[in-house]
Design a protein around this ligand. Sequence first.
Ligand SMILES: [Zn+2]
Ligand SMILES: [Zn+2]
Length: 363
Amino acid sequence: MALLFGATSLIRAGSPEASAGHLTVLQRLETAHLQATHEARLRFARERQSLPDLGLFEDFRAVMHVHAEDAEHTKGTRQQVLEAARKTGVRIVMFTDHGGPRPETWRGIRDGVLFLAGEENGGAGLLRFPDFGSDGKPRSEDDVRFLSHIEERYDASADGFVGMEICNRHTLAKLDPSLQEWLLSAAKNPDEWRKRLEDFKVYPDEMFAASADYHAEIFAKWDRELDKRPFTGIGANDAHQNPIFQGTTFDPYEVSFRNLCTHIQARALTEPEVRQALRDGHVYVSHDWLCDPTGFAFGAVNNLGVFPMGDAVAMTGTTRIAGFTPLRAKLKLIFFIKAIVSRLQSLRSLIVRCGRRSVPLRL
Ligand SMILES: [Zn+2]
Ligand SMILES: [Zn+2]
């Protein structure tokens, strides 16, 4: 089961093309749309309310698939990653060195931020977060592995993986290169370029996010795996701080970290707890630049107890599914992938009675 929390639809509802529905990347990049999106963000921030602490887990904002000082084409440093994490409230950074983890990559807590050292193997479509032995060396057993760059491997076997990227910044840029092409073409005309730079100064998050979109094939792959077993979906920043046009960096870590977050629900800010939360699916993916979703929760309650997202719940007695959001939102509840029941509400909480079923429900 999945519960999707969308604020983008609210932004579209406020834009002139709402009736036409979907905006293209180039439409979103028009100054008027950048401004409308910015105003919607300010409104969301004003209307946002804190959620009650449900006491099960703490909600840690994480960024996964981050590169720094690991390859020629990576332009950012670990220190810059730390500074961006501090500015954006990121508590967990999961590095994925090309061919790593490098021995010097950070692990443990620095300035209140927990770092994990992992590897990206691009050819194999693999993100790997090894456990480390008492000698400080990565061990090959007990890796937490995710399928990466799904657009290159929709039919890849998921054996040995605990989950997959359901959103990756570079995947988005490959599937729709309009933003990149638009910057390249503007760079040839000094007047045009000056205008773009002005927009970027005022609306860096809005411009960065303009190329994000829903790609059905990626979610279809996730659905196929979820049909067989639990399979954790993660957001992949794939941050390198390297799209640099005429001296301006268009994906500073700070903007990337606000744009896409994987919220990890764990009992404590430690590497073993984070690894367990990722295995258990105590995770949700969000675009925090739109509005801070911290505290978002959904789960099930029945006479056996309370079951948070990621867990399986035995459907005895009357089971209720409950969800809480910090903002009025459109909530879509999807049961058993194909037999879809969707329910749209403009409320900050949702409660659905499920009744009895013979099979446990996985949240
Ligand atoms: Zn790279
Ligand atoms: Zn990467």
